[in-house]
Design a protein around this ligand. Structure first.
Ligand code: PLP
Length: 395
């Protein structure tokens, strides 16, 4: 059986018709940069995430650019430090480095793989200008503890919610909890464009105004540049496509959750897998990891949107890669997010981190495996993927 990691050809044909109609609408308008489609998407996203009037949403060119723009808007640069997790996609820390500031890597929690508040607390210095948590794989970071810490030290939080549009923390959408939230519309994200795109949100009106100017070369009035910004604009076409997909987003989340529950059930029935129990380590007591060969993704917050379904396969070095190889030989496509933690990336070698310095991130880089989870995945494909993993583990 061939089980793809993602398959856009299974997308609802009615959705495809609507996307073609959106293309025709923008094509006929001749309005390709900014304009009513982008403004419409911004209103609709603000309303989806936090309620119009509560937050402002600003469409940008990518999730990466959303993070870069957020840092630029705070004037972060050389001599400043920004604390971020070591186990995340590169853009989180890459943007910090691009401003000239120093990314300060903190380890993550073994329960939800998100930024460990105790690790953040230990790294705060007078140079810390922002904390940059990531809601990894679509699950909220321990925001209660992080927001407390940030408030106590008067440090802004910029949320990297690139993988987590629609995930919640205590009933509020992630990305709307800190000073700014960054989203990505990369095609593999739960709300994916047909190309690159991103979004910034903030409840701060003055900041929103600055972000809008920086998005377009620092100008509010044409050819009057108050600040040095750049071209961080979202295409009208992408905005139009996203407006077609946004009303279907909650149904897509529900399908992903159904798939995750199916995986969980089959893995747990095998007796070879366990879910971590107890309160999130980030909100209090440390918890012990069960000794099972497979650990299942743990929903620490109340809502996980499963941008990825990532299991942890324990064993000696190379075991996870052998499982992946076995799955590939049997037609089951998987991915490794992320094989090298950021503090050990070649480009950050000048920062002087050593192997062993952030042990949870390093263990996850060796042990995690993302299984197919896209909404249109079929139950029999999940059955087959689990059977193939278990067959190898038992052998
Ligand atoms: C996808 C992603 C980004 C970057 O988004 P792009 O739209 O691809 O630039 C940033 N951070 C995380 C955690 C991501 O997963």
């Amino acid at each position: 059986m061939k089980v793809p990691l993602l398959d856009f050809s299974r997308q609802d044909p009615a959705l495809n018709d609507e996307l073609r109609a959106a293309f025709e609408r923008v094509f006929a308008s001749g309005h390709f940069i900014m304009g009513p489609e982008v403004e419409g998407l911004e209103r609709e996203c603000a309303s989806y995430l936090g309620g119009l009037g509560q937050i402002e949403a600003i469409g940008v060119s990518s999730g990466t650019d959303a993070i870069l723009l957020a840092l630029m808007a705070l004037g972060i640069g050389p001599g400043d430090e920004v604390i971020c997790p070591a186990y995340t996609f590169f853009a989180t820390a890459g943007c910090v480095a691009r401003t000239g500031a120093t990314p300060v890597f903190a380890d993550v929690l073994p329960c939800c793989f998100n930024l460990d508040p105790a690790q953040v607390a230990a790294r705060i210095t007078p140079k810390t200008k922002a904390i940059l948590p990531v809601h990894l794989y679509g699950q909220a970071a321990p925001m209660g503890a992080l927001l407390d810490l940030a408030a106590r030290h008067r440090i802004p939080i910029i949320e990297d919610a690139a993988q987590a549009i629609g995930a919640q923390f205590e009933g509020r959408a992630v990305g709307t909890l800190g000073l700014m939230g960054c989203f990505s519309f990369f095609p593999t994200k739960n709300l994916g464009a047909l190309g690159d795109g991103g979004l910034l949100v903030t409840p701060d009106r003055a900041l929103a105004k600055r972000l809008r100017a920086l998005r377009n070369h620092g100008m509010h009035v044409k050819y009057h540049h108050e600040a040095v910004g750049g071209n961080f604009r979202l295409d009208a076409l992408q905005a139009a496509f996203l407006r077609v997909k946004l009303p279907r987003l909650d149904a897509a989340h529900a399908a992903r959750r159904r798939n995750a529950a199916h995986y969980d059930r089959l893995f747990l029935e095998s007796g070879l897998a366990a879910k971590v129990e107890g309160p999130c380590q980030g909100e209090g007591k440390p918890l012990a990891l069960p000794a099972s060969p497979i650990l299942l993704p743990r929903a620490c917050g109340e809502s996980h949107i499963y941008n990825q379904y990532v299991i942890r396969i324990r064993g000696k070095q190379g075991h996870r890669d052998a499982v992946r190889q076995h799955l590939a030989e049997n037609g089951v496509m998987t991915e490794i997010y992320y094989p090298i933690p950021l503090h050990l990336q070649e480009c950050f070698a000048p920062l002087g981190y050593r192997p062993g310095s952030l042990p949870v991130s390093e263990a996850l880089a060796q042990e995690t495996l993302a299984l197919p989870i896209f909404p249109e995945l079929r139950p029999e494909e999940i059955d087959f993927a689990v059977k193939t993993v278990l067959g190898f583990i038992k052998s």
